[in-house]
Design a protein around this ligand. Structure first.
Ligand code: ADP
Length: 482
């Protein structure tokens, strides 16, 4: 007998979405000149109109951030700055359900994830960095490290509020002020965060939010009043930013793409591993730069793992992101859906074998069934390029050395997973893997104390932990220290 889940819809009445939004500059919302729509990707309903930031908007935001830096924020003690961060963290917790519902509406990700992962981690990032604000002298970064000034921060659509927290919390804790641009398809939670800044009575101009597209982002990157860039997004845009700042003294952290290897050795506990594989690739619809998108299985257990994985995939519930039972929500945009479809078609054409469980997808909105490709080889594009969707490429290996060589054979180096019951094998493999984050017998675990970042085309620098603070501080001679 099969049993069906009754719908368990989260109410959206807790959020109030305005018909249009201006930018948040110098503590106030100011109208934009042109607007563009933001949609609910699960239904294609237009949620609101968002301002398209112009050069003049960016100029005003940078001027406000500069003034706030000089007059207020850089003069304030770390202890006082910390109090604002604690206040923001507590308000975020109080308003967590509102943020979770809004994020789900604007992004398409399941409420279970926004409620249990995104928003709690957002608050955790503010709490964590609040604690650092008055202890920077003891962070091991030298005596009296100093902020840069105004940070320009550009974030993607896959974890909209969480990426904001990764950027804003360390910047404020270290005494920098901020001009942030959310991604064009997911600005709403950043604009609600602007209301939280008002509610926390954060001094005007410390956080400025200018909405818009890539041209607005480029204007921020090229603005002479910006001293540090923090970017998360595609490798393609990351390269453009690196080129744009190459002849300047702007500092940058770039969190770019990935093609994470999830390696399963023959002694791995198979049932737990299957859960980890599902979490590695289907969490957040696979819109995760550190997703375990390449499954590398030891040949002797490959058939068993694939068989169990397929059974498990038939249980993934795809559907209304506001339903508390939903595991896999909507793809964030039509453009992203097209990209996923195109690369998957390349997988078919290259001879890999595609499999998805039967699932009925809504006609409205942007949907892609959970998918695996078996028989993938190193030469296939789906083994090399980031699909950024719920699509897993499966490869096999015979010897541990072969697993490492395959895992490292991409232009990226962001994340990797190792599944084995042998501690010595886990340590050996983690030392060979060229990836910034390596999980053992788990996947996609995040913590504000843990530095995150990549090697090779996955980016520059680290976010989170002490390493993340360093990216916002001048240390040693740079700070003027003798
Ligand atoms: P994705 O593929 O995840 O959409 P993008 O790199 O295109 O990633 O976008 C990430 C962020 O970078 C978005 O906020 C986007 O508007 C912004 N962006 C796009 N092009 C540029 C650019 N040339 N300079 C600065 N920011 C950009």
């Amino acid at each position: 007998m099969t049993f069906e889940y009754a719908p368990a819809l989260e109410s959206r009445s807790i959020v109030e979405i305005k018909s249009k939004y201006g930018h948040f500059i110098d503590g106030k919302f100011v109208p934009g000149k042109k607007y563009f729509p933001t949609l609910n990707p699960a239904t294609e309903e237009v949620l609101s109109q968002i301002s398209l930031g112009t050069t003049s908007d960016v100029d005003k935001a940078v001027a406000a951030a500069q003034k706030a830096y000089t007059k207020t924020w850089s003069k304030m003690s770390g202890k006082e700055r910390g109090k604002y961060l604690y206040r923001i963290a507590r308000i975020l917790q109080e308003r967590a359900r509102e943020f979770a519902v809004l994020e789900t509406l604007d992004n398409g990700k399941p409420i279970r994830e926004t409620r249990d992962i995104d928003i709690p981690l957002v608050a955790a990032h503010f709490f964590y960095h609040a604690g650092w604000a008055d202890k920077l002298d003891y962070a091991g970064l030298g005596h009296s490290p100093q902020p840069y000034g105004v940070a320009g921060q550009i974030i993607p659509w896959n974890f909209p509020l969480l990426m904001l927290a990764w950027k804003v919390a360390p910047a404020l804790a270290t005494g920098n002020t901020v001009v942030l641009k959310p991604a064009e398809t997911t600005s709403l939670t950043a604009l609600l965060f602007a209301e939280v800044c008002q509610q926390a009575e954060l001094p005007n101009g410390v956080v400025n939010i200018v909405t818009g597209d890539g041209s607005t982002g480029a204007t921020i990157v090229n603005h002479p009043g910006i001293h540090k860039i923090a970017f998360t997004g595609s490798t393609e845009v990351g390269k453009k930013i690196a080129r744009a700042i190459a002849s300047t003294d702007k500092k940058a952290t770039l969190e770019l793409g990935g093609k994470g290897a999830n390696i399963v050795f023959d002694d791995a506990p198979i049932d737990e591993t299957v859960e980890g594989i599902v979490n590695g690739i289907f969490f957040n619809q696979g819109h995760v730069c550190c997703a375990g998108s390449r499954l590398i299985l030891q040949e002797s257990v490959a058939d068993e793992v694939i068989e169990k994985l397929k059974v498990r995939m038939t249980k993934i519930r795809v559907g209304d992101p506001l339903d508390k039972n939903t595991d896999l929500g909507a793809i964030n945009s039509k453009e992203q859906l097209l990209k996923i479809g195109e690369l998957s078609a390349v997988g078919d054409a290259e001879g890999a074998e595609r499999w998805s469980p039967a699932c009925s997808l809504s006609e409205k909105g942007y949907w892609f069934a959970p998918t695996i490709f078996t028989g993938v080889t190193q030469a296939h594009r789906i083994a090399q390029e980031e699909i950024f969707g719920p699509v897993l490429s499966v490869l096999t290996f015979r010897t541990p050395q072969e697993a490492i060589e395959k895992a490292n054979n991409t232009p990226f180096g962001l994340s990797a997973g190792i599944w084995s019951e042998k501690g010595s094998r886990i340590f050996w493999a983690s030392q060979q893997l060229k990836a910034g984050v390596i999980w053992a017998n788990t996947f996609n675990k995040f913590d504000p104390a843990s530095p995150f970042g990549g090697y090779k085309e996955s980016g520059w620098g680290r976010e989170g932990g002490r390493h993340g603070l360093a990216a916002y501080l001048k240390t040693g001679k740079e700070s003027g220290a003798k």
